[in-house]
Design a protein around this ligand. Structure first.
Ligand code: MN
Length: 493
């Protein structure tokens, strides 16, 4: 499920005819050198595509229309080497539907002391031209990323690369279909939400498939298909059970669910232990395998976390660390060393694993079905984020918390599920208070690969509310922020 490489970003350099042909030729040459430099840096996840410089309103409008309609174009990057009067951009910008990054850089790093004259000044005037360009985006209230710095510096290129990942998240979101096997868990509020609003705002098509239809596809899976998949399991995981019938049933579930997801072009799915009519086990290993392949998943019908899991997995493609559906389960409240233990009934993605996952079969306390096979492992240590999308009624709020995952401090030999242990920022007590104030769910997406900035950029481009709980967060300030944002978002409707 690889998406990153298909996307490209168009590099638009603005200018005008005031300076004569020779200057425009140099602008073009410099712009091409910069695009090549960015692409050859090896630091960007997607390709930057040079577009001929734009010098008139009609050219600007035309290239923006083309960007809107090109499915591979995930965003535009603009740079004003010279002065590009910004009224020329209004008609194009009011049509722009793609993510937009304003790259405020300069072709030369240093001012050439001896050579500098007015010709040099008129060519190298980003400090001037990018301010004119920035004003019109501010005036139009456009969501945009502003990256400032020298174009050959790694930290600057990294900022563009990180934004590209967020922009790819936008493209994935706008094309996402989520398959629901069964409804939301009865009576649960935070996993509910307005699916029409989600489609309007985020592009998600969230639709149900009858569990009975899934059962029919499960029954069509052949022994040979299952045999082949079991061989793959044996290569990748430690088989730590004698109950191979239970494992084989999960293989059948994996094959059947994948078939339905592929047939409908879905990138994410949900199910619920309350609706397994005709199924022998709750999908455990099967779900873990599908999430490892890139599908999003949410337990108990949680389609919001499922969609976010898929989007974030796609944003993180090629980065180290893993991204998975997670749930805050229980705490260790030892004073001064407070920790969260995250897990789920079964379905944590093995991309988080810090050891080789073991296939085990154990009873499940709820659902009244046969003992399901699942992968058991522990998450690896490292900085990470947990992310929750909630429906506040009239708007979505994306909540991000920084965490530090640790090597689990207990063995927990009787815990039959994958587990991750972490320190919440700024500390568990403050962090949990803020999380609960913001209405964050028990379900999250945990990612070692992405950071809060990726999610902030994503939220801005999608036009949804963003809040961040981090090492410097204070409860009083955070309350004030939520209060003010609530007013702002109500006015915004
Ligand atoms: Mn759950």
């Amino acid at each position: 499920m690889s998406n990153m490489k298909r996307y490209e970003f168009w590099f638009l350099t603005g200018s005008q005819h005031l300076y004569g042909e020779e200057t425009l030729r140099q602008v073009e040459e410099h712009s091409k050198i910069m695009v090549d430099g960015l692409n050859n840096s090896g630091l960007l996840p997607c390709k930057v595509v040079y577009k001929p410089i734009v010098t008139t309103p009609d050219q600007i409008t035309k290239v923006i229309k083309e960007a809107n309609y090109d499915d591979n174009c995930a965003g535009i990057i603009t740079w004003m080497h010279t002065f590009s009067p910004s009224k020329m951009w209004i008609n194009g910008f009011t049509l722009l539907e793609k993510p937009y990054c304003h790259f405020h850089t300069q072709f030369n790093r240093e001012i050439p002391d001896e050579e500098i004259d007015m010709d040099f000044m008129n060519l190298n005037q980003s400090a001037h031209g990018d301010r004119e360009h920035g004003f019109i985006a501010a005036r139009l209230r456009m969501p945009r990323k502003i990256v400032v710095g020298y174009w050959e510096d790694e930290d600057v290129i990294d900022k563009i690369g990180n934004w590209m990942r967020s922009a790819v998240g936008v493209a994935v979101s706008k094309n996402l279909k989520v398959m629901r096997f069964g409804d939301n868990m009865r009576q649960v509020a935070v996993t509910e939400g307005d699916k029409v609003e989600a489609q309007i705002k985020l592009g998600w098509q969230v639709n149900t498939v009858a569990v009975g239809d899934l059962v029919q596809v499960i029954n069509e899976v052949t022994d040979k298909q299952v045999d082949d998949l079991i061989e793959e399991y044996k290569e990748k995981y430690t088989i730590a059970t004698d109950n191979m019938d239970a494992v084989r049933y999960q293989a059948k579930l994996e094959i059947a669910m994948k078939k339905l997801l592929e047939a409908e072009g879905c990138g994410a799915f949900t199910n619920t232990f309350e609706d397994l009519h005709g199924m022998e086990q709750l999908p455990g290993l099967a779900t873990q395998r599908l999430t490892e392949a890139g599908y999003g998943y949410g337990g108990e019908g949680d389609w919001k976390v499922s969609a976010m899991t898929h989007i974030m997995k796609q944003m993180a493609e090629g980065l180290e660390g893993g991204t998975a559906f997670m749930e805050d389960y229980t705490y260790d409240l030892t004073k001064g060393r407070e920790l969260s233990l995250g897990a789920h009934m079964l379905e944590v993605c093995p991309s988080l694993a810090g050891d080789k996952p073991r296939i085990e079969v154990h009873p499940l306390g709820i659902g009244g079905k046969a003992d399901p096979a699942r992968l058991v492992f522990k998450g690896h240590p490292g900085d990470a984020i947990v992310v929750s999308l909630v429906d506040m009624g009239g708007r979505f709020r994306l909540i991000v918390q920084d965490i530090e995952a640790v090597d689990p401090i207990y063995e927990m030999p009787n815990l039959p599920v994958a587990r991750v242990m972490w320190k919440a920022k700024p500390d568990l007590l403050t962090g949990a208070e803020c999380w609960i104030l913001a209405g964050g769910a028990h379900h999250t997406v945990l990612s070692y690969a992405l950071n809060a900035r990726h999610m902030q950029d994503f939220a801005e481009m999608m036009g949804i509310e963003f809040v961040h709980i981090h090492k410097d967060t204070k409860v009083d300030d955070f309350k004030q922020l939520l209060f003010l944002q609530d007013i702002a978002w109500k006015l915004n409707r």
